[in-house]
Design a protein around this ligand. Structure first.
Ligand code: HEM
Ligand SMILES: [Cu+2]
Length: 485
């Protein structure tokens, strides 16, 4: 069946995905509120005990990264379902395990006062100096284990379905086209290529994450069981880097599938597209040492690799997504509505955010910028404007009604888009400015000299929260009205 035929069908399990996006949207909004509270507290606008700040920061980090993963997974499931047969039971299992994990994490941070950050860097969870009990750290890591197992189920279902239809992950990646004799018309659709790549690297990342989680859990229960701290750090950052990247690489499938609805031009699996996704697969796995540039005990070749691949990582992103999108938009009668505007904005945000990230991936810069707010500066650009933008673009498309299709952007749509874009840009810019001024990240208490950026950022963040909260409400009401997709 051709791709065009497929897209006419109703996606099976759309209801499950709609529910996933509702949960994601609500949690995004809630975690953003926590973010505003933290930023206001850094700016001296709120009085907050530092230990509460670290519990909130832990919840915000884990909650945001988890929700980015969840929303990305929802998007990928929805569109992959147009091409292969996916098991609803496995998805329900994934969702259930995910939600159990969330409960563990919330209990750990809010009841158990765990504040060891979403990165649970070994041996911090076991060394709270009385700030939290070992059970709270254990609950946090167990929560991750549940979420991880849920994701493994998810990728198992995806992998099996893809292999059944395409006869192997290599073929799903399009290798028979670029390395074999097959014609480019025999290449799988972009969604399948992306899904195959993400399935491989995120499964690897989660397995490594699970291993270090279990080791840390044993260390918590039996303190005599010591883990090599550098190895643990490598495993944690491999997992963390891969997982958060996977969230965007899953969400971008919405761009590949929806932008063609607006341009009338199918997103093609060209040879460049196939090669770019194979490069992404390799780079995502190999680039993680850019998180360890300050660990001078690391083998030098790994750090050099981290820096060089950081440069390269931007290329497939810009070439196959940003550049292709511009080509597709150019000369087509593109209809700007909330969904399509958010998707285009998100690709722009993702691309722009990659630049300060690459800069920070250079050893000489990292020497100065490491652990400053430059870091949350760059990742909030591609996560907030990029991943969250794609998720809300997809959600707006899901609930778009026929009458809206004709009318394009209403006044409310314009307001929501502008406040999201301007708020997001201003909020992230303040992080970058602070980072350039060497303001440290992860500090509960700021010096009065840093308050100006903190306070401006709080105002910008409120604009984002206004937009996102309103969009969630509109999505929820839209779901009950619209069952066409
Ligand atoms: C209105 C939106 C948001 C606000 C106000 C906000 C606010 C904050 C603040 C104040 C910090 C701490 C910065 C510091 O270290 O000094 C932070 C960290 C972080 N945020 Fe956000 N954020 C928002 C959206 C997001 C989104 C959408 C994501 C991901 C999808 C995200 C993921 C993270 C992560 C991973 C951290 C790092 C936590 C850590 O250092 O362990 N945030 N955010
Ligand atoms: Cu990274």
């Amino acid at each position: 069946m051709s791709q065009a035929e497929n897209t006419k069908h109703l996606t099976p399990q759309a209801g499950l995905v709609k529910l996933t996006m509702l949960i994601s949207g609500a949690v995004f909004a809630l975690m953003m509120l926590i973010g505003v509270v933290m930023r206001a507290s850094q700016g001296g606008l709120l009085d907050m005990e530092p230990d509460l700040f670290y519990q909130l920061l832990t919840t915000h980090g884990a909650g945001m990264v988890g929700t980015a993963g969840l929303s990305g997974a929802g998007i990928m499931w929805y569109f992959l379902g147009r091409h292969v047969n996916l098991s609803a039971k496995m998805y329900i299992g994934f969702l259930a395990l995910f939600l159990i994990g969330v409960v563990f994490i919330l209990v750990s941070t809010f009841v158990g006062h765990f504040g060891g950050m979403w990165t649970f860097l070994y041996p911090l969870p076991a060394m709270s100096a009385g700030a939290w009990e070992p059970w709270a750290a254990a609950a946090f890591m167990l929560g991750y284990v549940f979420i991880g197992v849920g994701f493994l189920l998810y990728y198992l279902a995806v992998g099996v379905a893809i292999i059944k239809k395409y006869g192997g992950l290599g073929r799903a990646l399009g290798w028979h086209v670029v390395f074999g004799k097959a014609d480019v018309t025999e290449a799988p659709p972009p969604t399948v290529i992306a899904a195959a790549a993400v399935t491989i690297f995120n499964t690897l990342g989660i397995v490594v994450g699970a291993a270090v989680l279990v080791a840390s859990l044993v260390n918590l229960l039996v303190p005599g069981f010591v883990v090599d701290a550098l190895l643990a750090k490598n495993m944690i950052f491999f997992f963390g880097h891969v997982f958060i990247n996977a969230s965007i690489y899953m969400a971008v499938i919405a761009v590949y599938e929806l932008i063609p609805e607006y341009t009338g031009k199918k997103w093609k699996s060209s040879k460049a597209f196939i090669l770019a996704w194979s490069a992404i697969l390799l780079f995502v796995i190999a680039v993680y040492p850019h998180h360890l540039l300050q660990d001078m005990v690391m083998p030098a070749w790994m750090l050099v690799m981290g820096q060089i691949i950081s440069y390269l990582s931007g290329v497939p992103l810009l070439a196959v997504t940003a550049f292709s999108m511009c080509v597709y938009l150019h000369g087509s009668k593109f209809k700007w509505d909330l969904a399509s505007s958010l998707l285009v904005l998100a690709v722009a945000g993702w691309s722009i955010g990659a630049i300060p990230a690459i800069i920070d991936g250079m050893v000489v810069v990292n020497q100065v910028m490491h652990n400053t707010q430059w870091v949350p500066g760059h990742f909030h650009i591609y996560l907030l404007i990029g991943e969250v933008g794609m998720s809300f673009g997809f959600m707006a498309w899901l609930v778009k009604s026929k009458s809206q299709k004709q009318s394009g952007m209403g006044a409310m749509d314009k307001l929501l888009l502008t406040s999201f874009a301007a708020g997001g840009a201003g909020f992230t810019l303040m992080f970058l400015v602070s980072g350039a001024l060497s303001v440290p990240r992860r500090w509960a208490v700021h010096m009065p000299e840093w308050f100006l950026q903190d306070r401006l950022a709080t105002i910008f963040a409120l604009l984002v929260v206004f937009s996102i909260l309103t969009q969630v409400i509109r999505y929820a009401t839209g779901l009950s009205r619209n069952t066409a997709k």
